[in-house]
Design a protein around this ligand. Structure first.
Ligand SMILES: Nc1nc2c(ncn2[C@@H]2O[C@H](COP(=O)(O)OP(=O)(O)OP(=O)(O)O)[C@@H](O)[C@H]2O)c(=O)[nH]1
Ligand SMILES: [Mg+2]
Length: 290
């Protein structure tokens, strides 16, 4: 009998969920940045061997939502936790101990027996200062790979019996367009400061795979006219840097040469606009929303 299950990575923003998912799956699927609230829509990564298939789900951090996009991010994260067979509650070891998981999920009921506490960023704690973590918790460090195999073994042992849901060759479940938009956002998070990464949406307008190089045209939308020249940068320097970094990341991902054409536009207050969120495939505050 095979095993197959969904494992959600949960925790506050910036605790290292996406970094750990990439390490677990062995592919740089999820985008990462030192700034909090990078992940918006849950990213799924699949790890299969002969007997076990694990579908990791990396949602947004559990935050206090202020506007519809954030409400959607939280809703999708809570859904991913509710639907998961197993939940990894991530918390940086630098901020030991982790809060009770119930506190993070804001009253939504989660079966405590499916939650494993995982301390991240252990490399940032000098060995002599390492706190004594509870025996049922695990400790990881992405730069050294510490704890990743042990965590995988613990997860494998607890995935329920069931048939595989995906092909054993599949690593992701989302379309290339999704990853292309995410990699552009990752480059933008690296180049832009303060409010700008949060005010930025990326929409793929064209994706022509039949061409060599692959032609991708994307719109980078900000919320106000005054933000547009910042994304462009002096003499177009910032948008150029975003384009180069994103193109390299997409090329490595699809193993093809890419021509990336980026355009900057303004969508006033798009983060509050349910129809724009829906069009971009971003999570909506409630499932029943348009
Ligand atoms: N030193 C160290 N840094 C880490 C580790 N894991 C993640 N980071 C860094 O922590 C920052 C946040 O990592 P992410 O993986 O984007 O965190 P996240 O929880 O997905 O963040 P959100 O999607 O914004 O909620 C990045 O700068 C990572 O490089 C780790 O084990 N050690
Ligand atoms: Mg993330």
């Amino acid at each position: 009998m095979t095993r197959c299950g969904f494992v959600a990575l949960a925790g506050a923003p910036n605790v290292g969920k996406s970094t750990l998912m990439n390490a677990l799956v062995g592919e740089p699927l999820a985008i990462i940045s030192p700034k909090p609230q990078t992940t918006r829509e849950p990213v799924r990564g699949i790890l299969s061997d002969e007997t076990t298939q694990i579908i990791f789900v990396d949602p947004a951090g559990l935050l206090d939502p202020a506007y519809p996009l954030q409400k959607g991010m939280l809703r999708a994260a809570l859904d991913a936790i509710a639907d998961a067979d197993l939940v990894l509650h991530l918390h940086p070891l630098t901020e030991f101990p982790a809060p009770a998981f119930g506190q993070l999920v804001r009253g939504s009921r989660v079966d405590g027996s499916k939650v494993i506490t995982v301390y991240t960023k252990a490399d940032l704690v000098p060995p002599v200062r390492r706190p004594a973590v509870p025996t049922d918790a695990l400790v990881t460090a992405a730069p050294t790979g510490e704890g990743v195999e042990a965590l995988l073994a613990a997860v494998r042992a607890r995935v329920p019996e069931g048939p595989f849901l995906y092909d054993t060759d599949d690593v992701g479940t989302q379309p290339l367009r999704f990853f292309a938009a995410e990699f552009i956002r990752e480059a933008a998070f690296a180049e832009l400061e303060q409010e700008l990464p949060y005010a930025l949406a990326v929409e793929i307008e064209e994706f022509r795979e039949a061409e060599t190089p692959v032609y991708i045209r994307a719109t980078l939308a900000v919320e106000r006219e005054s933000q547009k020249p910042i994304v462009l940068g002096k003499g177009g320097r910032t948008i150029k840097a975003i384009g180069i970094a994103a193109r390299q990341r997409i090329e490595a991902f699809i193993d093809r040469r890419v021509h990336l054409d980026l355009w900057v536009t303004v969508w006033p207050k798009w983060r509050k606009n349910p129809s724009t969120l829906a069009r971009l495939g971003l999570p909506l505050p409630s499932e029943s929303h348009p």
